[in-house]
Ligand binder design. Structure first.
Ligand code: ADP
Length: 177
């Protein structure tokens, strides 16, 4: 009888863990642009997301091809700077990362700041590290829908990790996740 109760508790705990993890994990994509790699700012920028309490789900380097840049910047293809932004994204490899958390997409966009580094508020990444519209350090997905598309574009399923995080009760109240 006691053994059965123990099994039941184990099963309930397992499902509540899975449920919490699934609810928590809004995921978003960031790309550290070649200007950031050139300026040796990778660690500095990554540490901002880590210190905020976002959870690293995947990270890698890649050299972006013209094909993938055409896809990624397709919303800009009519703009005069389309070729220039693609060239600038191809100078070095980039660092790609997936961050997770409650409302991760909007949390990351707020940390990143406005597109134009000259207008972005101090305290934001672009506000603190960029004086340019184009060379603005970082790309971040702008909506939950875009994040899903972009994560599929840049990461294979097996490159995104799901793991137990002991920190959750220090990061969120228990009705937030
Ligand atoms: P965001 O990166 O803030 O989501 P967009 O999707 O509008 O902004 O633009 C994608 C990228 O294209 C920007 O991050 C920036 O590097 C570049 N870009 C946007 N507008 C301009 C512009 N007027 N001149 C040069 N580059 C631009």
């Amino acid at each position: 009888m006691i053994k059965n109760v123990n099994y039941l508790v184990l099963i309930i705990n397992f499902f509540s863990f899975v449920r919490r993890e699934l609810m928590l994990m809004e995921k978003t994509l960031i790309i550290l642009k070649p200007c950031t790699i050139q300026r040796r700012l990778i660690g500095e920028i990554i540490s901002r997301f880590e210190k905020k309490g976002l959870l690293l789900i995947g990270m890698k380097m890649a050299w972006l091809t013209d094909e993938i840049l055409n896809e990624h910047y397709s919303h800009l293809k009519e703009k005069s700077f389309f070729q220039r932004i693609k060239d600038s994204m191809n100078i070095t490899p980039v660092v790609l990362a997936c961050w997770g958390g409650v409302d991760a997409v909007s949390v990351v966009r707020t940390i990143v700041g406005a597109t134009n580094g000259r207008i972005a508020l101090p305290g934001t990444i672009r506000g603190d590290y960029s004086v340019s519209i184009q060379e603005n350090i970082i790309h971040a997905s702008d909506s939950v829908e875009t994040a899903a598309i972009e994560l599929k574009r840049f990461f294979k399923d097996e490159e995104l990790y799901s793991y137990n995080i002991d920190l959750l009760s220090s990061l969120y109240a228990n009705d937030e996740y």
